[in-house]
Design a protein around this ligand. Sequence first.
Ligand SMILES: Nc1ncnc2c1ncn2[C@@H]1O[C@H](COP(=O)(O)OP(=O)(O)O)[C@@H](O)[C@H]1O
Ligand SMILES: [Mg+2]
Length: 265
Amino acid sequence: MFVATSHEEIPLLGGDVTEGVVRVGETVRRPTRPSTPSVHALLRHLEAAGFDGAPRVMGVDERGREILTYLDGESGLRPLPPYAVTDGALAALAGLLRRFHDAAATFRPPPDAIWEDGSNDDRAPELVGHCDVNLDNVLFRDGLPYAFIDFDLARPTTRLFDVVTTLRHWAPLADPLDLDPAQRDLAVGPRLRLFCDAYGLPPRDRRRLLDLARLRFSRSYAIMRTRAAAGGGWARLWAEGAGARIRRAGAWLDAHQDELHVHLV
Ligand SMILES: Nc1ncnc2c1ncn2[C@@H]1O[C@H](COP(=O)(O)OP(=O)(O)O)[C@@H](O)[C@H]1O
Ligand SMILES: [Mg+2]
């Protein structure tokens, strides 16, 4: 294994948004943003609550970057390895998200908390969710998800909404055109069911899940377009077709919603 010397900065590639994520020894340094103090409060709460599936906060370095613990493992980067799309990985992810939600549910954000804007929910918030459980924001160990990274989009939301965002990427709920080759032959309906069972999602949430996914697609499209207009990483994502992908996912869901719904009720 490669061991970094103390001050060497090793770029961490694979994230799609943040420039300048580096590993330094057993730490990760990331640029801060207005929401960073709020995210740190969340991460410290998770630590105190005994949730071990997230990096620990170690402070801010002399260059103003956040310092997080480096976690071993691989994030789910494209092209996806076969282990990232197994039913076992999906069930482990659902269990991880449930434990994260249960720990986050007792977090009371500071009154002046600032979160990344993402006002696309339909209900009053229940907890601070991760809100970006893409495959590249999950670390695998021995072929199974065991930790979340990249809490940049964390914000008050509902459990169901965070579940929907997660399933968007992991079931996945997407036009096959946009999938990684490893995801193309997955049985999406049974995987929705498997995830909900492993998470322990109540029947009333299962019944609403796909309607909420459709709502989310339309709202995410609008939010992403607004973010892209401000420039930076989001503008690049938009230029690379992120908006069109959301539109295709919405159309795919319209065509398949009834057959998928059968697996949830
Ligand atoms: N705490 C961490 N431990 C280990 N690897 C990390 C950690 N944070 C980030 N990485 C690695 O760096 C990559 C990009 O970081 P991420 O925080 O997801 O940034 P982005 O906002 O660009 O998605 C991740 O895909 C992962 O491989
Ligand atoms: Mg990321």
